[in-house]
Every structure is written in C-alpha cells, then in structure tokens.
Design a protein around this ligand. Sequence first.
Ligand code: SF4
Length: 204
Amino acid sequence: MATPPENARAFELLRDEALACTACRLSEGRTQVVFGMGDPAAELMFVGEGPGAEEDRQGLPFVGRSGKLLDRLMAEEMGLTRESAYIANVVKCRPPDNRDPKPDEIAACRPWLERQVELIAPRVVVTLGNFSSRLLLGTDVGITKLRGRAYRYGDTVLVPTLHPAAVLRGGGTAMANMRADLVRAKTVLQGGVVDLTDAGMVAR
Ligand code: SF4
C-alpha cells in the first residue's frame, strides 16, 4: 500500500515535531527521541515498548540483541529486512534504568504512535510484547493470551507476538511462538485468509 507523497511530507513533519517533544518526564533523561526507523510507506509495521540504552545512544529502535533477533526472525520467517518495514515503540524516549513505561507516559506518547500508524497505513501491525499489544488492542489481557491470533485494528490487521527480549529469555517455546506469529503476519501480507478475533472476546 503506497503512501501518497503528501503523507510522506506529513510523516517528516511529524518526526520533526516529535524529536522536540517534552510532553512527559521521559524527556528529562533521554539522549534523544527514538522516533522510529524504516520505510514510512511500509506494508508491515512493528511496535515495541521503548528505547533501551543503546537505542537512546544511537537514536534508532531495536539495535541491541533484541533487534538482532527481530532481524533474524523477520528474514527467516518473512523473507524481509527491517528496511522494508517500519519499526517504532510505544514510548519514544528511554525510561530510566530500563524500567517499564508508566501509564501517564504511555498516554502522553500515544498520539505520536497513532499518527505514525495512520500515515504509514500498513497492512499489518505486529505488536511486540505486552505494552504495545495491550495499548493498541485496548485490553489488559496479557500477551501470552493475546498472541496466536490476528485482530482487526481499523483498516489494518494486528498480529501480537512476544517481545524479542522475552524470547531471548524464554528459550525454545517462546522462539517457536514468535516464529509462528510472524508466519501469520506474512500470510496476511500475502493476501491469505486468517480468522480475525475481537480483542474483547479474549478471556484474561
Ligand atoms: Fe514526548 Fe513520548 Fe518522549 Fe514523552 S516519551 S517526551 S511523550 S516523545
């Protein structure tokens, strides 16, 4: 789904605006805003949690061990590189000591992510872990219950999966689950039929 030129311009303006954001306390400890990276006309978008130390230093998302795993699984299961997708996070600034983002920080940062999704207009959004999956699906159900399905998210299909950091900790089963979720996302990208679930129907 190509992004029209006016969307590309709007995306650049959005990025410039976000890079100066001080809407929550996370602005105080960051080195820089990690807005996102990849193709703003991508059909596939990944949404993680927030920048870590290396991401904060480089200004890019998923550049550490988690990012390497994401790159590998994307290549092995989807035949794609990160340059052909777009990668962003729920919060754009690093939480101190890599703590979880707080609800008010997530709420403050949410408009940036929603506008990114709106302008990129991907066919598939893959949410990585609890924070992005719960936020975009509007549920407090955990990722282990949410994953394994595909959901309607506006005009987009949302496929939740584990955060790569959890897969690094979790071993074989977690890895197999993430691989299966990426195959599900690829099926949607290729126009295949998947059942779409209503997040409100998934029991806690
Ligand atoms: Fe702004 Fe988001 Fe950074 Fe908070 S985390 S300062 S809302 S860009």
